[in-house]
Design a protein. Structure first.
Length: 405
């Protein structure tokens, strides 16, 4: 299947437009990383605490941010996650707002900041464990079981049933303690009403990363990227010529710079999943570049008398249908992932969306022109180009050499 047949687009004739486009986005990303947002590292790399909170109603992000700020948790990031109907919020604390020895303190501080309707002397049922509920029931003994051996298992079972109902049936948040009358003994529910209250939120999950772990992950992410670039350079230098490897590495560096720059411009955090997407992008962009390079190498053998610029243009046009089919289908897949994959995969899919667009573009607009530019430079220096073999001629010298051979 081919979208285009016998195309003759002068891609190299438009190289200055391509260069201007790349320069604008690359410089914008560099300026953002240097002066505006920096490289917005996620909690995976900088360390800290992420708390996922489920609300009983549509959360007011600005009000939550104000409450967290009043509690002294400066620079906390608050954002909605998932579908709007889920009423879920993510709250992230920098390492400066937590303790290296006890990072779980961040969770407790956030709970205290959000409990605007806290009742003195009572516990929050929406944020209590089954152990805390069982202990309270055992102390108050609403079923009058006494201190016998049956009391502890009975109240433990009631507490577990309450927590299961809260988390699995009600999505983690009870609107009132009265909702438990169909789950537990009325006497137990009445006892809970004396000692508990229900807030309008429940902490669903907590992720904690220490500063040392974050530093190590940051180092490993950089090394993984550099190793992949070095491996690519060595492979292409052996498979083709060394200039092909240099062109491919510069192209991938260009793609990575624009992708990271996009995250910086939008101030979106770079997490481990984003690094995975960038490594995927390196492989994808390299694969597309190798396809073009391989066609250039084949055409160099067939079109020895043509200029390298004409050979490169012809090769790009010959692989254009394949490039659009492959990149187009992949792009539609990651676009669907970006639109419908949810907040957890948002950064990963966004990196792939940007990476596939830029990676496909750079294989045509960056990698191939580097070969031609290098050949032209060597020609000006009076040296033989390494991107293509020596041309054969039909003059006396060449004929004489062939006879000797």
């Amino acid at each position: 299947m081919e979208f285009f047949k016998n195309t003759n687009i002068d891609f190299l004739g438009k190289k200055w437009y391509f260069l201007t486009f790349s320069l604008i986005f690359s410089v914008a990303g560099l300026l953002s990383m240097a002066f505006w947002h920096g490289i917005p590292l996620g909690v995976d790399f900088r360390g800290g605490t992420i708390v996922y909170v489920k609300y009983a109603h549509t959360p007011d992000i600005s009000a939550i941010h104000s409450a967290v700020d009043r509690a002294g948790l400066k620079n906390a990031r608050v954002q909605s996650i998932g579908a709007a109907a889920n009423n879920e919020v993510l709250i992230a604390l920098d390492i400066q707002e937590t303790s290296e020895q006890d990072l779980s303190k961040g969770k407790d501080l956030i709970k205290q900041a959000l409990e605007s309707n806290a009742v003195p002397g009572k516990q929050d049922l929406n944020n209590s464990s089954s152990l805390a509920i069982a202990q309270d029931l055992l102390t108050s003994d609403p079923l009058h079981l006494g201190a016998g051996s049956d009391a502890n298992p009975r109240y433990t079972a009631i507490a577990q049933a309450i927590v299961n109902y809260r988390d699995k049936t009600k999505g983690g948040v009870l609107n009132s303690i009265d909702e438990l009358k169909t789950v537990a003994d009325p006497a137990a529910v009445a006892s809970l009403q004396n000692n508990f209250f229900t807030s309008d939120f429940g902490v669903r999950n907590v992720e904690i990363v220490g500063p040392q772990v974050g530093k190590q992950l940051r180092k490993q992410a950089v090394l993984a990227t550099l190793y992949s670039l070095a491996g690519m350079l060595i492979y292409l230098a052996l498979r083709f010529e060394w200039i092909y490897g240099v062109a491919a590495v510069l192209t991938v560096f260009h793609d990575t710079l624009i992708t990271v720059g996009a995250f910086s411009l939008l101030n979106w955090e770079i997490s481990l999943t984003v690094i995975a997407a960038i490594l995927t992008l390196i492989g994808y962009s390299n694969n597309d570049t190798i396809v073009v390079f391989d066609r250039i190498r084949e055409n160099i053998k067939l079109l020895r008398r043509d200029k390298l610029a004409d050979i490169v243009n012809k090769s790009i046009n010959q692989t254009l249908s394949r490039t659009i089919l492959t990149a187009g289908l992949t792009f539609l897949t990651v676009l669907a992932l970006f639109l419908f994959g949810g907040e957890v995969l948002h950064g990963f899919s966004f990196a792939l969306v940007i990476g596939i667009l830029i990676g496909t573009y750079s294989s045509i607009a960056i990698a191939a022109p580097i070969l031609v530019a290098y050949q032209e430079w060597r020609g000006e220096q009076g040296k033989r180009p390494v991107a293509m073999p020596l041309r054969t001629g039909s003059g006396p010298a060449q004929t004489k050499e062939k006879v000797k051979a």
